[in-house]
Design a protein around this ligand. Structure first.
Ligand code: GUN
Ligand code: ZN
Length: 646
C-alpha cells in the first residue's frame, strides 16, 4: 500500500494513494454506486466531475444471483464499468438498517477479494450512539476479532478495518489502537451516520479525534457515510482523507438539493441558487416539471457537482494554506457545527492539533470570527513567547495595535523613545503581545484582522498579554507621549535592533539558547537594498542563516546547522536517518520517511532541522514535511526536504 503526504494544512493532508487500479489524490469523495440502479454511471461521473474512486456494496452484489455471477466471472470493475479504484463495503450498514441479516464475516471478505475489489471492508459491528458502554465494548471486541480473522484472507486487496466504539472516546481509542497493531491498510471511522443525521456534530468531532489520536497516521482515514459537503472541511482539518456519498442519490430521491449551507427542497425553491451545469440549463420550475426519473437524475448530478466542487475547494485550501479559514466559514453556517468547532478548543485537542500545524504558510492568516484566536498557530505563538522569548531591557513600553510591520509604522516613536532610554517595545496586538523585533515573523506580520474584532478575541489576547507582562516594569505610550526617565549612562550605546531581532527570532524558531549558539562571534548582517529587511547573517565570515522575506523566519545554512548541532544535545532539532540513506542525503537527495530512525518530538511540519546519522554526526540540513509521529509511521514519501549537505 502506498500512501504519501504531499502538502498539508491544519491536521489535514493532501496525499497520493496508490491502488492496483491507479493513483488517487486525497482528500477525495467516493460516490456510492448501487449496482442495481445507477442513477448516474461511474463513467459519467469520471467525465463530469473527475471522479477518481467509487464505492459499491459487496453484500448487495453477493446476494443477487446475476450480479454475483457476473462479478465473480468478470470482476467488479466490469460489473459497474469503471476502470479506476473501487472500494467495496461489507453489508455492515445493511445489517444496521434492516436488522438481522445473515452475513458471514469471512465469506464476505473473501468475496470482495475474489471480485477484485481494490479496498475491501471487514464486516464490522455497527456501534449506535444509543448503546450502553457494555454493548459498545462488545461491538468493538467483535469488530477487532473479525479484523484479525480477515487479514489472512485479504490477498492483494487492501483491507479497510473500521473503527467503532459508539460515542465512547476511550472505546474508539482502544479500537483504533488495536486495529493499528494489525496489518490493516485503511481505516474507516464507522457508526457515525446517526450522529450526522441528527446533526450531532460535536459527538462526530469527538469520534473523529479519539480515533485519529490512536490510529497509525500513515494510513488513509475514511469517514463512513459522510456525504454532505457541509462538514467535509472540518473533517479534513482533523485528518479525514476519504468520504463516501450516497447522499447525492438519497437526497435526489427525496427531491432535495445539496448546498454548502445545507439542503433545500426543490418544491419550495423558486430560484436555483447555483451555477452548475444542471442549474444553468434548467430553472426551478423546469426541474419540477421533469418526469420523476429524469428529475432525480438531474438533482443527483447537481448534488454531485456541489460535493465535488467542495472537495476541490478543500484541496486548494490545503495547498494554499487557508484550510482553517475555510473551516471557520463553513462551520459558521450551522450552529451545531459551530459547537463542534468549539470542541477543538479543549486543551487536549489543542495539544494534538498543534503537532500537525505547519510552522509557516505561504498566505496571510485571515481573521474570520471569534474562533480565529484559538487556531493552533496562535496558541503555539503564545506558548513559545512565554517559554522562549527573553526581554532585553528592564523597562517595557506598550504600543497600541497599528499597521504592519510595526517597526516601520512606529519608526518615529521608536527613535524618540530610544533617544531617551533603551526599552522593550511591545505591541498590544489583536493576537496578543508582539515584541517589536518579532514583527516580521509568521503569523504576526502575515495576519489580517478587522479594525474591531470581538469580545472573545479581546479577552484571550488580554489574558496572554497580562501573563506576558507579569512582574515587568511597564510604561504605556499615550497621546503621543511616554513618561520615561532619561537613561544618561546607557544612551550613548548604539541600540542594535538588528541583533535584537535575529536573537529573538532564533530563540522563538530554534529554541532558547540558540541565539547564543549561532551569534557568538563577529557578526555581519546583510540587508536587502530594496526593502531594508534582513537577508543574510554571517558569523565569523560563515554564512549561517538567511531570513525569508515571506515569513520572517530563518533558513538554516550548513554553517548555522553545525553551530546548533554542537550547542543542542540530541534529540533537539534532529532527524536521525538510517546509515543506508546517508550517501543519498549527502548528495542532496531528500530523506524518505522509511529511512528515519528517530526524530525530535518537538519538530513540526516545515521546520528547519538537522539531519544526522545514528551516531549523531551531522549529515545535512533540511526542512521537515512530517512531524515525528508521521516520520516514524510512514513507509512512503518524503519526510524531510534536504537543503544542503554539510
Ligand atoms: N457505512 C456507513 N457506516 C458504516 C459503518 O459503520 N460500517 C460499514 N462497514 N459501513 C458503513
Ligand atoms: Zn446546481
Amino acid at each position: 500500500m502506498t500512501f504519501e503526504i504531499k502538502e498539508r494544512d491544519a491536521a489535514g493532508r493532501l496525499c497520493k494513494f496508490t491502488t492496483k487500479h491507479g493513483t488517487v489524490k486525497t482528500p477525495n469523495l467516493m460516490p456510492v454506486i448501487n449496482p442495481n440502479k445507477m442513477l448516474i454511471t461511474p463513467g459519467e461521473m469520471k467525465k463530469l466531475f473527475g471522479t477518481e474512486i467509487v464505492i459499491t456494496n459487496s453484500y448487495i452484489i453477493k446476494k443477487d444471483e446475476k450480479l454475483n455471477e457476473k462479478a465473480l466471472k468478470q470482476g467488479v470493475h466490469k460489473l459497474i464499468d469503471f476502470d479506476g479504484p473501487i472500494m467495496t463495503d461489507s453489508g455492515t450498514f445493511q445489517s444496521y438498517v434492516y436488522g438481522d441479516i445473515k452475513i458471514d464475516p469471512i465469506d464476505i471478505v473473501r468475496f470482495q477479494r475474489d471480485i477484485g475489489s481494490d479496498i475491501g471492508t471487514i464486516l464490522d459491528v455497527f456501534g449506535t450512539p444509543d448503546q450502553t458502554k457494555k454493548e459498545a465494548e462488545r461491538g468493538v471486541k467483535e469488530t477487532v476479532a473479525r479484523a484479525k480473522k480477515s487479514i489472512p484472507e485479504k490477498g492483494d486487496m487492501f483491507l479497510a478495518c473500521t473503527v467503532q466504539g459508539s460515542v465512547y472516546p476511550d472505546l474508539r481509542e482502544k479500537c483504533a489502537k488495536e486495529l493499528s497493531n494489525i496489518n490493516a491498510d485503511f481505516f474507516p471511522i464507522g457508526g457515525v451516520v446517526p450522529l450526522m443525521e441528527n446533526q450531532r456534530y460535536t459527538d462526530l468531532v469527538k469520534c473523529i479525534l479519539s480515533a485519529k489520536k490512536s490510529l497509525n497516521p500513515s494510513k488513509p482515514v475514511h469517514l463512513f457515510g459522510a456525504g454532505h459537503p457541509l462538514m467535509f472541511s472540518l473533517a479534513v482539518a482533523l485528518g479525514c482523507d476519504f468520504f463516501d456519498s450516497s447522499a447525492y442519490a438519497k437526497y435526489a430521491q427525496d427531491g432535495r438539493m445539496i448546498f454548502l449551507w445545507g439542503t433545500e427542497s426543490l418544491e419550495t425553491l423558486t430560484e436555483l441558487p447555483c451555477c452548475c451545469p444542471v442549474c444553468s440549463k434548467f430553472t426551478a420550475s423546469d426541474l419540477k416539471q421533469l418526469d420523476k426519473n429524469e428529475r432525480m437524475r438531474q438533482l443527483g448530478l447537481h448534488n454531485l457537482y456541489v460535493s465535488f466542487s467542495e472537495m476541490k475547494t478543500i484541496r486548494t485550501a490545503i495547498s494554499e494554506g487557508w484550510l482553517w479559514e475555510l473551516v471557520e466559514q463553513r462551520t459558521s453556517s450551522n450552529p451545531y457545527l459551530l459547537d463542534a468547532l468549539r470542541e477543538l478548543r479543549k486543551k487536549e485537542n489543542k495539544i494534538w492539533l498543534e503537532k500537525f500545524e505547519p510552522t509557516s504558510r505561504n498566505t496571510a492568516m485571515f481573521y474570520t470570527g471569534n474562533h480565529t484566536i484559538h487556531r493552533p498557530i496562535i496558541s503555539r505563538y503564545h506558548k513559545r513567547l512565554l517559554a522562549r522569548y527573553k526581554q532585553t531591557f528592564d523597562t517595557t513600553v506598550i504600543f497600541p495595535e497599528g499597521n504592519k510591520p510595526y517597526s516601520i509604522y512606529y519608526a518615529d516613536r521608536i527613535k524618540k523613545i530610544f533617544a531617551k532610554r533603551k526599552v522593550n517595545l511591545i505591541v498590544n496586538s489583536n493576537l496578543g503581545p508582539v515584541p517589536i523585533e518579532l514583527d516580521e515573523m509568521y503569523p504576526l506580520a502575515q495576519s489580517v484582522f478587522p479594525k474591531k474584532t470581538d469580545k472573545e478575541t479581546e479577552e484571550e489576547s488580554k489574558r496572554v498579554f497580562d501573563d506576558f507582562l507579569k512582574n515587568k516594569k511597564v510604561v504605556i505610550w499615550k497621546d503621543g507621549k511616554v513618561d520615561l526617565k532619561t537613561d544618561k549612562l546607557k544612551q550613548k550605546n548604539i541600540i542594535d535592533m538588528d541583533f535584537i531581532r535575529i536573537s529573538a527570532v532564533s530563540n522563538m524558531q530554534f529554541g532558547k539558547g540558540s541565539s547564543k549558539a549561532l551569534f557568538g562571534g563577529r557578526l555581519k548582517i546583510v540587508k536587502s537594498k530594496n526593502t531594508g529587511k534582513i537577508r543574510n547573517v554571517y558569523c565569523d565570515v560563515e554564512h549561517i542563516l538567511s531570513m525569508r522575506a515571506e515569513d520572517g523566519l530563518f533558513t538554516l545554512k550548513a554553517c548555522g546547522a553545525k553551530r546548533l548541532h554542537k550547542f543542542f544535545k540530541k534529540p533537539k532539532l534532529r532527524v536521525v536517518i538510517n546509515n543506508d540513506a546517508v550517501p543519498f542525503v549527502k548528495e542532496g537527495k531528500s530523506v524518505f520517511a522509511k529511512f528515519v530512525v528517530e526524530c525530535d518530538p518537538e519538530l513540526r511540519p516545515y521546520d528547519e532541522c538537522l539531519i544526522v546519522d545514528e551516531k549523531d554526526s551531522l549529515i545535512a540540513v533540511g526542512r521537515t514535511l512530517l512531524n515525528r509521529e508521521e516520520m516514524m509511521a510512514f513507509n512512503h514519501g518524503t519526510a524531510v526536504k534536504t537543503r544542503e549537505a554539510v
